[in-house]
Write a protein that binds this ligand. Structure first.
Ligand SMILES: Nc1ncnc2c1ncn2[C@@H]1O[C@H](COP(=O)(O)OP(=O)(O)OP(=O)(O)O)[C@@H](O)[C@H]1O
Ligand SMILES: C[C@@H](N)C(=O)O
Ligand SMILES: [Mg+2]
Ligand SMILES: [Mg+2]
Length: 313
């Protein structure tokens, strides 16, 4: 079922595992991707960049393209992309700079704001910074979200109320990252929109996420039945267009390529806030990108084929 325009006998290095806190998620993404790639007719070799031997095999090849299922640090953040650029192996998704930018929630906000994309008011902190929690509460309100600057899968994300709880969450977030972001808590519907394409990009149907927990935390992301995905999200045509347009603008503002998935909170008054953009969205059995593609009539094997097509274009 390999699509026209793709090479036959295309040898794919499927990169998964890695050294980030999302290692297990990455391996789960690769399980589905591997099956989909093989179903699509690719010759797949799975390699783990955390293993020296696998890195050597990647460098020595022979591969035609790398399919990245790496999430978080040392994989989604431009580091592996830099290695692939250096060895001249095409890879799916964003380049070095866009990957690094999107992984960094503090810097992404600067680019969103520059592009007029609303993102929750926030206070960034670097390790060692002194901070006045009362000033943070004055700026953001008492209900805040504290998160590491460069993590994923909601690892180290705390939703807290009041100065003492905010201080405690900041200290916990600093235990896993050297950059911490405190954001105003936004109450509303949680939406996510994947964008795919190369020269021309398209937004896939919006998913409204209804988590079982108070927010879309690790458990609700990956435990079977941990959340409900409403796709296409039950929104008016006008709101659907507005949110899909925001996703495309976020993709472009961060110079993403091939695929991205941006996360939003839609308030009852219609304001839509962009939380972040993922350049290697999860592809596990409970992940959002495969569901959004399916709702657009794109099977998982077809999605993988398209992503490789963009990389080889
Ligand atoms: N400002 C906010 N207001 C309300 N809820 C928030 C806010 N920021 C984050 N959340 C909640 O925390 C979850 C995780 O936050 P975010 O998407 O920023 O982190 P992440 O670790 O990059 O997640 P992932 O990469 O898995 O999508 C969101 O999906 C949402 O449920
Ligand atoms: C893998 C996880 N960071 C996601 O965005 O799906
Ligand atoms: Mg993320
Ligand atoms: Mg997110």
């Amino acid at each position: 079922m390999m699509k026209e325009g793709c090479m036959s006998d295309c040898r794919v290095a499927l990169l998964a595992g890695g050294k980030s806190g999302e290692r297990e998620v990455s391996l789960a993404s690769a399980e589905g991707a591997r099956e989909a790639l093989e179903e699509a007719g690719f010759i797949v070799t799975q390699l783990d960049p955390a293993e020296k031997e696998d890195l050597k095999r990647l460098i020595d090849g022979p591969f035609d393209v790398a399919f990245l299922c790496l999430h978080g640090k040392y994989g989604e953040d431009g580091t592996v992309q830099g290695l692939l650029e250096t060895i001249g192996l095409p890879y799916i998704g964003s380049g070095v700079w866009a990957s690094a930018l999107a992984m960094d929630k503090v810097k992404s906000k600067v680019y969103y704001e520059r592009a007029g994309i609303p993102t929750p008011p926030s206070v960034p902190l670097q390790a060692g910074d002194s901070y006045d929690v009362d000033a943070i509460v004055e700026k953001l309100g008492t209900h805040c979200v504290v998160k590491p600057g460069t993590e994923g899968s909601a690892l180290g994300v705390f939703i807290v109320e009041g100065a003492p709880a905010i201080t405690d969450a900041i200290e916990k977030a600093f235990a896993i990252d050297s950059e911490v972001l405190i954001e105003r808590y936004i109450k509303g519907k949680e939406l996510t929109v994947a964008v795919i394409g190369s020269d021309e990009v398209e937004a896939l149907p919006i998913i409204e996420i209804v988590p079982k927990s108070d927010f879309y935390d690790f458990e609700s992301k990956y435990a079977p039945g941990g959340s409900q995905h409403l796709c296409p999200a039950p929104l008016s045509e006008e709101t659907t267009r507005m949110v899909q347009d925001l996703a495309i603008r976020a993709h472009r503002a961060l110079s993403c390529e091939g695929v991205s998935r941006s996360d939003f909170i839609l308030e009852e008054d219609g304001s839509c806030w962009t939380l972040e953009t993922n350049t290697i969205p999860g592809m596990t059995g409970t992940s959002l990108l495969p569901d959004a593609a399916r709702a657009a009539g794109i099977s998982f094997p077809e999605l993988c084929t398209r992503l490789i097509g963009y990389a080889l274009a």
